[in-house]
Write a new protein. Structure first.
Length: 208
């Protein structure tokens, strides 16, 4: 998770401070110190446990290389991430854009106060511009306004958008975008609904 990468950068800063001061004891090396800080300051609460701070192979690779992994390593991990995508058995990628819009607006789910298996929103507007009529949106991710209008809704495009939502790291290894399908945050149908939101010509994303 990105919070882990953020705290990893703190560890790097601590390492720099120790080097500059030349006064760090062996038992206070940056990595053990960082681990002790996590264990001291983070406690499980509700469904949010400290294991969320653990990085998997992809996150570690991006952290250690400052989002610039070697080309060969990147190609290998991209292939592995692509293999993690579970494509719809029926071969269909478009759902209901109306359900997709409700999901995009919904930011709830998977916090310490939520119940296990409870509803999870997409939080899409937290990072992206989608509908022209929604003025509250984030800018961390690219604008998706008029995506379907500009890039079409061919079967290939539908599959690409589905795959990107399911596992963004199969396309951009060090992407900040959550892996909604891999993590189990969104169901197959919910991802289909978001694909429809982005590509259906009747969706507010593709209207002025």
């Amino acid at each position: 998770m990105r919070i882990a990468r953020h705290f990893a950068s703190i560890g790097i800063a601590l390492a720099g401070a120790c080097t500059a001061a030349s006064a760090c004891a062996q038992d206070a090396a940056p990595e053990p110190l960082f681990e002790r800080m996590l264990q001291r300051d983070f406690r499980p609460k509700g469904i949010a446990s400290v294991d969320r701070l653990a990085q998997d192979e992809v996150q570690k690779l991006c952290t250690e290389t400052r989002d610039r992994p070697a080309a060969a390593e990147q190609a290998r991990v991209l292939r592995e991430q692509l293999a993690k995508i579970a494509w719809p058995a029926d071969g269909r990628f478009l759902g209901d854009w109306r359900a997709g819009e409700r999901l995009a607006q919904d930011g709830r789910g998977m916090t310490w106060a939520d119940r296990p298996g409870g509803p999870v929103g997409g939080s899409c507007y937290a990072c992206h511009q989608l509908s022209a009529t929604e003025i509250a949106h984030g800018t961390i991710g690219p604008s998706l306004l008029h995506l379907g209008r500009e890039r079409g809704a061919s079967p290939e495009m539908q599959k690409y958008v589905y795959g990107h939502i399911y596992n963004a790291k199969a396309y951009n290894l060090c992407s900040y975008m959550p892996r909604f399908g891999v993590s189990g945050a969104l169901t197959e149908q919910q991802i289909k609904d978001l694909v429809a939101l982005l590509l259906d010509p009747e969706s507010p994303v593709n209207r002025d």
